[in-house]
Structure formats: structure tokens, C-alpha cells
Design a protein around this ligand. Sequence first.
Ligand SMILES: Cc1cc2nc3c(=O)[nH]c(=O)nc-3n(C[C@H](O)[C@H](O)[C@H](O)COP(=O)(O)OP(=O)(O)OC[C@H]3O[C@@H](n4cnc5c(N)ncnc54)[C@H](O)[C@@H]3O)c2cc1C
Length: 374
Amino acid sequence: METTKTDLLVVGSGIVGLACAYAGLRQGLTVQVIDRDPFCVGASIRNFGFVTVTGQGSGATWRRARRSRDIWATVAPLAGIPIEHTGLLLLAQRQQAESVLQELLLTEEGEQLEWLAPTQLQERAPHLAHAHIRGALYSPHELRIEARHTIERLRQWLATQGVQFRMEQTVHQVATGRVVCGASVYRAERVVVCPGPDIRSLFPDVFARYQTQQCQLQMLRVRPPQGYQLGSGVMSDLSLVRYRGYRELPGSQMLEDRLRLECPSELHHGIHLIVVQSADGSLVVGDSHHYGAAMPPFASAQVDTLILAEMQRLLCLGSYQVEERWTGIYPSGNTDAFIETVLPGVQLMSVTSGTGMSTAFALAEECLTGKETI
Ligand SMILES: Cc1cc2nc3c(=O)[nH]c(=O)nc-3n(C[C@H](O)[C@H](O)[C@H](O)COP(=O)(O)OP(=O)(O)OC[C@H]3O[C@@H](n4cnc5c(N)ncnc54)[C@H](O)[C@@H]3O)c2cc1C
């Protein structure tokens, strides 16, 4: 069955595909999006919904994160997506972590950040376990949206703006100007393929060239005591040896050496702490990182225990209840993201570093305009 031709056809309705549809609309293009599922159930609904700028390093990913954050701030109110909270508190438990954060303050990335001494932190975030914290770096740039509702709301809003969605259609073949889903053939001037962690079905050779594998994360939703207010997203010392922006600083090796002695299991499981809060007061807490060609679906109780112990060290919740546990997978490669022309008029776009919520809007602009984010 032949269908009407559009200017732009996007494969995948995760955040990368939706960002591409939005960028297409902004260029005045007619846009169709195809997805094999009735609604997105991929990485884009499983994440923290934490649009993170600080820690991305001072290169392209940081610039994309800043631009994408601005686009989120514009699009969220239009699409009826609440911003749950803003900002990020990087809590320093160890002297070596404090040194890394002080080093960050002296870089371009650190320009609008603020060091909070213990008394200032106590005022700003009274519900933390202050006895264990030497101070914190506050970043004002971050936004938090509720990923599981956001993606569907964004999709529905894009539909009201004219984007046509073809859900429950699996794309088997992509050629110049043409996408084949079973008996249906969709035609378009331009095709952008955004398949998330499905690195084997379409253009597997390109994913292989970027040494892409799957990265699986464990996540939890925790109910804190009534009235608990986090204020901003929170990260811990363990985050400073994971994110490039901190890892590249001279002091991070000393921090890592100490963490290797004190937290070998956490490092082994790629655990670091992110906590964000939802409108109903619950906390989204994570995460861990396990890599492989294919990931078994079994979530480890030991990993959850380690994540929750780090949470308790910093948040001091007293009693809490775990309400949900889930895993998510993103593609992980030797670059943060890539846009590759795979055929004339066909591009493959993938965020291969677990930063898609933070960078997709800017990447999509780059894909459609051919201009780098400044
Ligand atoms: C647990 C977890 C926490 C994270 N936290 C954050 C965070 O806080 N901040 C941040 O910036 N990033 C975070 N990330 C990373 C972020 O979620 C991803 O980078 C982003 O969601 C990737 O979006 P995507 O559109 O590429 O993939 P997906 O959301 O997986 O979407 C891909 C879509 O493509 C469709 N598809 C694939 N192949 C086909 C086909 N052949 N035919 C039709 N449809 C197809 C799938 O059905 C799917 O809907 C996190 C990731 C995980 C897993």
C-alpha cells in the first residue's frame, strides 16, 4: 500500500525521533513519525527526565545540552508538560570530591555555578544528611520533567501541530525516499532513523563502526516520608567519576583512587547516585550501568541495595518505601552521539551516551540544518 509523500519521515518516537519531528516542523516541513509500538516504551520513558547541562564537559555535548534545555523550557509549557524542579546539587562527601568541584568552578562550565558551604546548603536543602556532606556545587541549568508522561504528551502536542504518527508499524527496510513497513510503503524527501537501543535491525554496520553496545540501568521509585522536599536534583561523589565534565578534571583521579578503596562494588556495577522528585512527592532514584551485546532482563537485588544505601547516606530519609523497580537500556558507543548519512537523503541519528533527554533537541536541529550547535 502506497501512502502520501511527506517532506520528512522519522523512524522512532522516542525523544530523539520526537525532537527530529519538532525540528522538522520548525523548518515548515510536513512530517510523519513511524514507531513499532502503540506508544513509546523505550529509554525515553524510563529515564530520570533530568535535562542535565553541568557535567557534560565543555565540548559539543555541553553546547547541545544548553540549547536543548532552552528548547525544553519553550516546548514544555506549550505541550502541557510540567517542569517538576530546576537545578542540580552536586554533594561532596569526600575532600577529593570537593577538590574536583572547586576545579570545575574555574572552568568555562563552572561560570554560573555556586559553591555552597555547609550552612548555606542547610538553608537551601534542609532535608539532606548534612553530617556527611562537606558542601555542594549548585548548578542552576537543569530541568526535571516526568519522562513517563512527557513523551506521550509531547507526541500528542506534535500531532496537534500537524505531525502524523504511524504507530504499530515496524520498519523493515529503509531506502532513499522510501520506508517499508510490511505491506505499506511510506515515501519522503528525507528520512531520519532514530531507533534507540535497537542497534541490530537497521544499519547495524554503522552502529558497529561506533563500537555500540547496550548499556542497562537499574532504577527505583521511592516514597519518602510525608512532606520530604528535595528542591533540586541531587548527585553524589560517585557521579564525579562517571560524567565526562568531572572525569576530565585533574583531581578526579585522586577521587577515583579513594572510591576504589571505599566503594569497589559500586564502581564495579557502574553505580552513581541521581535523585529527582516527582509532583506526587516520590523520588526517582538510580542508577547502575552494565554493558554487553545483549542484556539479560534480570534486575539485581544487590545493585538496588547499593543504590539505596548511597541514597540514604545523602538524603537521610529515615523510613521509605520502594514503590517501583525497572530497568532501561540505551545504546553506548565510542562517541556521545552521531548523525550519519547512510544513504542519499537518509540519516541515522543515535545518542550513544545516555544523554538523550539532555541533548536530543539540539542534535535534531544539527541533523536537519547541517549546522553545529554553538
Ligand atoms: C534508565 C535510564 C535513565 C536515563 N536517564 C537520563 C536522564 O536523566 N537524562 C538524559 O539526558 N538521558 C537519560 N537517559 C538516556 C535517554 O533516556 C536516552 O538517551 C534517550 O531516551 C534515547 O532516546 P531514543 O529516542 O534514541 O530511544 P528510545 O526512547 O528507546 O526510542 C526508540 C524508538 O524507536 C522505535 N523503533 C526502533 N526500531 C524501530 C523499527 N525498526 N521500526 C519502528 N520503530 C522502531 C522504538 O519502538 C522506540 O519507540 C537515561 C536512559 C535510561 C535507560
